[in-house]
Design a protein around this ligand. Structure first.
Ligand code: AMP
Length: 196
């Protein structure tokens, strides 16, 4: 199985790249942000639990997020592999993912981190906000809060994956196809050496 974690701050291009990589490598794409938004739209209990955190640019509590992620993985029993987009965001989530994949006799193959300058991130998210309908994309204060949360709570995962030699930083600036190509080069190298 190939199990990729796409990593990076809001606006880094995780969702866009995940959509392209899932076709290329036949992976199931799980975006925790998308699952939360779907649940908010459909007014489910999960949506109600998550909404205030998302609107404020904060992380949804681990217990809620981990339970949801487990469900999403279990829904795809025949998957050849996964591309996790927006998960894990905390060490507890990373540990839960390790445990979940270990039960399936597999593991995280690599964390691919998209590196983008903060000002470009804000510009990109504000641009996306014009059409995404996302409240958390429309307000610069909330966008900057989300970027701060990323550096304070999520960036620590770099060392979590680095210790197993699974962290790969990729330049996330440039055209969408250029970035897909850079990510593909890293993945193909892994596949060729049998590490995936
Ligand atoms: P995203 O679509 O990845 O930008 O996520 C949008 C929002 O959903 C985040 O700002 C968080 O409030 C929430 N969220 C998504 N994924 C997670 C996660 N793994 N842990 C906690 N909160 C999350």
């Amino acid at each position: 199985m190939i199990n990729l974690v796409l990593f990076g701050p809001p606006g880094a291009g995780k969702g866009t790249q995940a959509e392209r990589l899932k076709e290329k490598y036949e992976l199931v794409h799980i975006s925790t942000g998308d699952v939360f938004r779907f649940n908010i739209k459909n007014k489910t209990d999960l949506g109600k639990q998550a909404q205030s955190y998302i609107d404020g640019g904060k992380l949804v509590p681990d217990v809620v997020t981990i339970a949801m992620l487990k469900d999403e993985v279990e829904k795809n029993k025949n998957a050849k592999g996964f591309i996790f987009d927006g998960f894990p965001r905390t060490t507890a989530q990373a540990a839960a993912l390790d445990e979940l994949l270990a039960k399936k006799n597999t593991t995280v193959s690599a964390m691919l981190a998209l590196e983008v300058d903060d000002n470009i991130l804000v510009e990109r998210v504000l641009e996306r906000g014009k059409t995404s309908g996302r409240k958390d994309d429309a307000n610069e204060h909330i966008i900057r809060k989300r970027i701060t949360v990323y550096y304070e709570e999520t960036a620590i995962l770099k060392s979590y994956y680095q210790k197993d030699d699974k962290y790969f930083g990729v330049d996330g600036e440039g055209s969408v196809p250029e970035i897909t190509q850079r990510l593909g080069q890293v993945i193909d190298k892994f596949v060729a050496t049998g590490r995936m």
